[in-house]
Ligand binder design. Structure first.
Ligand code: NAP
Length: 486
């Protein structure tokens, strides 16, 4: 075991209390050292069913869904404050459990608190309409809480992903059962304790550390009304299938293969800085990572040089060192997956510009050098498949139409960037790309993503939007009321 972790909780949180024991104990490893940091009891199937039952009771008979929205909002504001009060504990858990550089982990914790602050004041601004159906009928709609929601989160942004789902779910008056990734459950379990301490009634928030079987159970269970899932596209397909049997409302935040389009009139130094920050932030383990650099042919050499210069400024090392900007990959298995994709590209003849291996000075831990391939063809696996590691490829384009065609030649449609000093051209391209989000001459990072704006993807990158006022649409049902005035 490494140093004691303040706020360590290791068992399922069900009906307002941490269970004494779950199923068999599983060890969590520090991705930077390989040391065991904690032993977690994953939820058993019986515990998952108990959590769903507790959420159902709390929703069907409890106070939370019936509380005035302003009062619920005040509880969310208290949760935001309580997260800020435990910020260092949460950041340390994200850092040691997820391998996140501490500085970035602190930003993510601040972002999680901000989400609760945002939704604390959101629900009294999200209401129904009055619809002029006829002179003799008064017709209006009500927004009512969706019910019991299952929330399934991945390992790459565990606390943020939990906050993005729990805050609007709580604001809307839903009850929830949250399953974090078994690789990174610690910050979510501490979040459950924080939420409970702020007066959220028992049963409204339940957290089940556990694997795919628990996720499947949640996705198919008849007592769950809706499911908000963040993870890979392949698992999203399985979740949608499982949810179909009981016609659940489904929201999916899935993978991405995002393009960063750079025209030759762009500020290449700024574009390269942003491209590197996006491709290698969180060690490339981000759905929004721009891993396809589409560069106008005349600028390829200069842009590649600028990217290599920028990479030299990344500081790879212990996530606990506040100066570190590039931490390890989440697990040995994931390191092997990333390396397999890189070695296949090398063997296939893709020109390696930087990286492609473990750093010489990191003998332990799941570290991988920031890796860039030049001249990657558009149909190469590096252009199509999400590697989910610090790996990107540069592809040349010749015209605006060519850039748009290449950007859209992907099954994914999550995020992207356009760089050009010709704002008309930049905006034409931004409109033409089939992605849920696009940045023009700049790059909002994950933790500074605006809470006011919708976040989500087109095509196989997902269904629905998180954040912003739109997210409340998922966590509510619309009821139409018609009054006969005659
Ligand atoms: P994943 O393998 O799809 O897992 C996501 C979650 O689903 C985990 O908690 C996982 O548990 C669970 N799960 C697995 N099989 C399931 C099933 N059949 N039914 C229900 N739940 C199931 O994804 P990941 O590897 O954790 O995360 C990386 C992926 O997430 C990437 O593709 C990334 O792009 C995507 N992502 C998207 C966004 C976005 O906002 N669009 C944000 C972050 C990440 P187990 O771990 O036990 O399998």
């Amino acid at each position: 075991m490494t140093a004691a972790l303040p706020g360590l909780r290791t068992t399922p949180f069900i009906d307002g209390a941490f269970a004494d024991v779950g199923g068999a104990v599983e060890s969590l490893l520090d991705p930077a050292t390989g040391d065991v940091i904690a032993s977690v009891s994953p939820a058993s199937e019986a515990q998952a069913v108990a959590a769903i039952g507790a959420a159902r009771r709390a929703f069907d008979h409890g106070d939370w869904p019936r509380m005035p929205v302003f009062e619920r909002g005040q509880v969310l504001a208290a949760i935001a404050d309580a997260i800020r009060a435990r910020a260092e504990d949460l950041a340390l858990l994200e850092c040691v459990n997820g391998g996140k550089p501490l500085t970035g982990a602190r930003r993510e914790v601040a972002g999680a608190a901000k989400v609760f602050t945002y939704y604390a004041g959101a629900m009294d601004k999200f209401y129904g309409d009055t619809i002029p159906v006829s002179e003799t009928l008064l017709n209006f709609t009500l927004r009512e809480p969706l019910g019991v929601v299952a929330l399934i989160t991945p390992w790459n942004f565990p606390l943020l992903a939990a906050a993005w789902k729990l805050a609007p779910a709580l604001a809307a008056g839903c009850a929830s059962v949250l399953k974090p990734s078994p690789l990174t459950p610690l910050s979510t379990l501490l979040l459950a304790e924080i939420i409970e301490s702020c007066g959220v009634p028992k049963g409204i928030v339940n957290v089940l550390p556990g694997g795919a079987a628990i996720g499947e159970l949640l996705a198919s269970h008849a007592a769950i009304d809706g499911i908000s899932f963040t993870g890979s596209t392949a698992t999203g397909v399985a979740v949608m299938r499982a949810a179909a049997g009981t016609i659940k409302t489904v929201a999916l935040e899935l993978g991405g293969k995002n393009a960063c389009i750079v025209f030759d009139d762009a500020d290449l130094a700024r574009a390269a800085k942003a491209a590197v920050s996006s491709a290698f932030g969180n060690a490339g383990q981000s759905c929004s990572a721009r891993s396809r650099f589409l560069v106008q042919r005349s600028a390829v050499a200069a842009f590649t040089e600028a990217v290599v210069d920028e990479i030299a400024h990344l500081k790879l090392g212990s996530p606990l060192d506040p100066a570190t900007t590039l931490g390890p990959l989440i697990s040995v298995e994931h390191w092997n997956r990333v390396d397999r994709a890189v070695q296949a590209a090398v063997q296939g003849g893709a020109p390696l510009v930087a990286g492609g291996r473990r750093p010489d000075d990191q003998k332990t831990g799941n570290f991988y050098l920031p890796t860039v391939f030049g001249d990657v063809s558009p149909d190469h696996p590096l252009s199509r498949d999400e590697v989910f590691g610090p790996v990107c490829g540069i592809t040349a384009f010749d015209s605006e139409a060519d850039a748009i065609r290449l950007a859209n030649a992907s099954d994914y449609g999550l995020n992207g960037s356009v760089w050009s000093r010709d704002l008309g051209r930049a905006l034409r391209v931004a409109k033409a790309v089939r992605t849920g989000m696009v940045a023009v001459n700049g790059l909002p990072s994950a933790s500074s993503t605006s809470l006011f704006a919708p976040f989500g993807g087109y095509k196989r990158s997902g269904l629905g939007r998180e954040l912003g006022i739109n997210a409340l649409a998922f966590y509510t049902e619309v009821k139409t009321v018609t009054v006969d005035l005659s």
